[in-house]
Design a protein around this ligand. Structure first.
Ligand code: 13P
Ligand code: SF4
Length: 308
């Protein structure tokens, strides 16, 4: 038996013994996606974490804010993040002090925060959203003006869809991976593959979104890839998604819009770390109770607005 298979067997054995479930984001390394119990975008994984009634441990193979959301929604479960340093840089761009400052400036304006924020930030907002539902949530809010952060490209996408006034906080929050996609690169690919359609993540810059055939979250992009009649699809998001896309659509051709679009934080998680996570029950994600209570309200408000 080769070393990788040995490691996989040890992970699966520990998982069974400890009644653990492995949730992996769509950007995880292929070998992690292949052994995960569930793969998905941020909202799907949050829902899965809540549905897992039997599990004692949730291993959240992703970055900090996603594991934190799982911990907030499942206070009775142990939530583990395989890599301590797996932090989304965008989530760090909106410190809680800044939100308070913006709230003072616009006292009666609701605050909608992307889930790519830290728990303390979520605790300061009215409602959360994900890339799959930002426009839907803003539409559902009874206000014509909202404060929205931290991603100003997602803010642009939501404004385009809802027509509401959206004040981005901070003014220029962004994802360092998604701003790598360039309109010019995609135009070259469109010339090379004239029958291809273009699917992009809403964290991409406006000019990239404007030439897309489809804009959506990572899992929405997977659904689009299945449903479109096109056989060639240019993909503008982190390259981890390509593994799932190819696996689910073996007859289609996926063309990365930029082949080095990698989120280094997502890629910190490896099979070795997954094994150590389960073996040593590290790194436990905890959120102070008072913060968790308020942040949970904002996450639950998102689920409520989506179900209306
Ligand atoms: P999704 O919710 O679309 O998977 O996005 C999360 C993310 O971090 C994108 O960079
Ligand atoms: Fe954060 Fe961008 Fe990585 Fe997503 S891809 S986790 S937004 S840095």
């Amino acid at each position: 038996m080769n070393k990788t298979q040995e490691l996989i067997d040890k992970i699966l054995k520990l998982k069974r013994e400890k009644k653990a479930v492995i949730l992996a984001h769509n950007y995880q390394r292929p070998e992690i996606q292949d052994i995960a119990d569930y793969i998905g975008d941020s909202i799907e994984l949050s829902r899965k974490a809540m549905d897992e009634k039997e599990a004692k441990i949730i291993v959240f193979s992703a970055v900090d804010f996603m594991a934190e959301s799982a911990a907030i929604l499942n206070p009775e479960k142990k939530v583990l993040l395989p890599s301590k340093g797996a932090r989304c840089p965008m989530a760090q761009m909106l410190p809680v002090e800044q939100i308070r400052m913006w709230k003072k400036k616009y006292p009666n304006v609701p605050v909608v925060l992307y889930v790519n924020t830290l728990a303390e930030a979520k605790a300061e907002c009215d409602v959360c959203c994900t890339s799959a539902n930002a426009a839907k949530i803003i539409d559902a809010i009874d206000a014509e003006k909202v404060l929205f952060g931290p991603d100003h490209n997602l803010a642009w996408h939501a404004k385009r869809k809802t027509g509401k006034e959206i004040i981005p906080i901070p003014e220029k929050g962004f994802c360092p991976t998604h701003i790598l996609f360039q309109k010019e690169d995609i135009e070259i690919l469109k010339n090379e593959y004239p029958n291809a359609v273009v699917a992009v993540h809403p964290e991409c810059m406006p000019e990239v979104q404007l030439i897309a055939d489809f804009i959506g979250s990572t899992s929405q992009m997977c659904r689009f890839a299945k449903e479109t009649e096109a056989n060639e699809i240019v993909i503008a998001t982190e390259n981890g998604l390509l593994h799932r896309l190819k696996k689910e659509n073996p007859d289609k051709n996926f063309i990365p819009a930029y082949s080095d679009a990698v989120c280094p934080n997502m890629k910190l998680n490896t099979l070795e770390k997954l094994y150590l996570t389960l073996k040593n029950e590290q790194y436990v994600v905890t959120v102070p109770k008072a913060v968790a209570k308020k942040a949970r309200k904002a996450l639950e408000k998102m689920f409520t607005l989506l179900s209306q």
